[in-house]
Ligand binder design. Structure first.
Ligand SMILES: [Zn+2]
Length: 398
């Protein structure tokens, strides 16, 4: 029966594989005690940008170390993309895309670093922070980033998706509280810049926990003849070591695998236990990628995200500008922004969403190219003055 279910699932996976990529809007809730941005647990924007880049590379199968995969295994391109939210739930543009900074003192929340008991800490995150601070889980993937006491002994966890249809999901998954949907990551292991905690300094904790959030389990421990979990992820022989497997082993690692898995354990899989260093894990399997997409399309706690527009820039500037024949492109911009006026003389001002001037020039005509590679990612306002008229456009820098 399990085998039949598995074959049916493989068929379903093919349907999902045929579709275009899926985009998940992300909001990082950065919990701090009033430190300035970039200090302590109030992580710098660059660090969260690096975390999103890591997630996208890892889910595309192109992250750090992926070229080292043994030729028998192929890091999956899951076709899942993580994008920073541009809007809060009230529709306001975020000053920093994908980032919500929260002073726990002003919220009346206990210091997250003050807990010494793991279950009390998890209860506090789930039932205080997420319940009071989660943005609608139907529109955002909520990632909570806080400090934690050393005796809590956790680097992250992700809530499991309800009713995913994945054959390894247990009935308990369906009881998952939607309001506490999301992921928690210890601030010291976020991203790959700043004071990350070696050897968890490549942002792989978030890669692993989003895997759980999308329905993945750790590799199966034990050598049964049948299992519903991904057939392309080798089992681990039980009782081989205290951690059941080796990290950074030499292929093939048959010392920890089951007799039929002649290629050994997949010691570089993202869903291995957290004890493997970030440099040592660099792939999902094809089945894992397809399973995550199934959960994303099927679970009622995940599928609404596929129609969330909070990561798209809402703009009506094109119409306004077309009246006086201005073009602004590309939008979103990466390394340059081009303003093109067919005939009109104009002046140009560009500010960030807080109004801080980042560029100004007068007496322009025709095409103007502006280097944007040094700009922080975010939304910028472009003000064009031509004669008596001023026009405004929003531009996204990625
Ligand atoms: Zn895990």
């Amino acid at each position: 029966m399990k085998k039949f279910t598995f074959l049916l699932l493989q068929f379903l996976f093919i349907q999902f594989t045929a579709k275009a990529q899926d985009t998940i809007p992300v909001i990082f809730h950065i919990v701090h005690s009033g430190q300035s941005v970039g200090t302590g647990s109030n992580l710098a924007q660059a660090r969260l940008v690096s975390q999103l880049q890591i997630l996208n590379a890892d889910y595309a199968g192109t992250g750090y170390g992926s070229v080292n995969a043994p030729s028998v295994w192929h890091p999956a391109n899951t076709q899942i993309v993580f994008m920073p939210a541009l809007y809060d739930p009230q529709g306001n543009l975020l000053v920093e895309p994908g980032i919500d900074r929260i002073n726990y003192v002003s919220k009346g929340w206990q210091n997250p670093g003050s807990f010494s008991n793991t279950s009390m800490f998890m209860n506090y995150i789930d039932n205080t922070l997420k319940h009071q601070g989660n943005w609608p889980p139907s529109l955002y993937c909520n990632i909570w980033v806080t400090d934690a006491g050393s005796s809590v002994n956790l680097m992250g966890w992700g809530s499991l998706p309800s009713n995913s249809g994945l054959p390894w999901a247990t009935p308990a998954w369906n009881n998952a509280d939607t309001l506490s949907s999301g992921i928690w990551i210890w601030n010291n292991v976020v991203g790959n810049t700043g004071s990350t905690s070696n050897p968890y300094n490549l942002g792989r904790t978030a890669t692993h926990e989003t895997g759980h959030w999308l329905g993945l389990m750790h590799p199966v421990i034990g050598c049964p003849t049948d299992s519903s979990y991904c057939a392309d992820l080798p089992h681990i022989r039980s009782g081989t070591t205290s951690s059941y497997m080796a990290c950074n082993s030499t292929f093939p690692d048959t010392a920890h695998s089951c007799p039929l898995d002649t290629n050994g354990t997949m010691f570089m899989n993202f869903m291995n236990t957290y004890i493997c260093s970030d440099t040592d894990i660099y792939m999902f399997t094809t089945c894992q990628g397809n399973a995550m997409r199934q959960a994303l399309h099927t679970s009622p706690q995940r599928s609404p995200l596929l129609s969330s527009n909070v990561y798209r820039l809402h703009t009506n500037s094109v119409q306004q500008l077309s009246e006086i024949k201005f073009e602004i492109y590309p939008n979103p911009a990466t390394d340059k922004l081009i303003i093109n006026a067919a005939t009109t003389a104009y002046s140009l001002r560009i500010t960030d969403v807080l109004g801080k001037l980042v560029y100004a020039e007068k007496n322009l005509s025709g095409k103007k190219e502006i280097a944007t590679s040094g700009w922080m990612p975010g939304v910028y306002m472009v003000y064009i003055q031509a004669g008596e008229k001023t026009h405004t456009a929003k531009v996204l820098k990625q």
